[in-house]
Design a protein around this ligand. Structure first.
Ligand SMILES: [Zn+2]
Length: 272
């Protein structure tokens, strides 16, 4: 049996998993059949980018773009492990050259441009490749005049191993979104657990509609960082989907099983 403290590398291996919220031991297959949601308490487990695409978009409708954009190590950065080696290790996981996947597809028959960040690749942090792919996806959405859907799952914001190049991605994606907005585009942002740092401080909270999965951690700096820097104890439930909805940052909390229908409905509402 495997234990999950917090969403690290997805639903862990093994027949049984332990829910971090209600502590129930649940049959892995059962959670999977419910889109990786705990059948006891509705806790939303981590969902890999590829599975998200399978669940949210119409079957086999996704055409992936910009697969040749790969990360580099322009600073020759070294921390515990050299960045170049870290990238190689992360890329050894199937199907991911960096933390974002973008392309076009259909949601209940409606054409969309779609992007998702994946926590499993360096906590979904926004390095140059993530910023570049998202910005290009926004530009394509402007050119094709299609609705744009981004699903965020990013624990960090900037990728410190890329220094200032990483920070610049926030501005780059935001500018592309600004132009898309001026062109009259519809951008639906879906926040999942966790959406933090520079991702929350840029594209994730710039949607025309901001949807959030239940119980997601959403914020800029984490609770501990805030305590160590300004000695402020945060109120209970601060930085959750529910708290943010009460305070006007999130428009609607949507359980994972309803996301597809809800996104399709918003598109229809805005286009008619
Ligand atoms: Zn549970």
């Amino acid at each position: 049996m495997a234990t999950v403290g917090r969403p690290k590398r997805g639903v862990p291996e093994g027949l049984w998993i332990r829910c971090p919220q209600c502590k129930a031991t649940i049959f892995r297959k059962e959670a999977e059949s419910r889109f990786n949601v705990c059948p006891e308490c509705n806790y939303h487990f981590y969902m890999p980018a590829r599975e998200r695409i399978r669940q949210l978009l119409d079957q086999d409708s996704f055409e992936e773009w910009f697969t040749d954009v790969r990360p580099k190590d322009p600073l020759g950065f070294n921390d515990r492990i050299p960045y170049a080696e870290r990238l190689q290790a992360e890329q050894a996981k199937p199907g991911m050259l960096d933390a974002a996947v973008v392309g076009r597809g259909y949601i209940r028959g409606r054409p969309v441009v779609f992007g998702v960040t994946d926590f499993a690749f360096m906590a979904g942090s926004m390095g140059s490749v993530v910023g570049e792919k998202l910005a290009r996806a926004v530009e394509e959405a402007s050119r094709l005049m299609l609705p744009l859907i981004f699903v965020s799952g990013s624990g960090g914001g900037a990728r410190m191993q890329e220094g200032i190049l990483s920070l610049m991605q926030m501005g780059k994606v935001s500018c592309a979104l600004g132009r898309y907005e001026q062109a009259g585009g519809l951008y639906i942002s879906v926040l999942t657990n966790p959406t933090m740092g520079g991702v929350a401080a840029s594209f994730a909270l710039q949607g025309d509609f901001t949807l959030a999965e239940p119980g997601a951690l959403i914020g800029f700096a984490g609770r501990r960082t805030i305590w160590y820097t300004v000695r402020l104890e945060l109120p209970e439930g601060f930085q959750t989907s529910e708290f943010l909805m009460q305070h006007g940052f999130v428009d609607r909390i949507v359980p994972r099983k309803d996301l597809r229908t809800e996104v399709a409905r918003i598109i229809d509402y805005c286009e008619h």
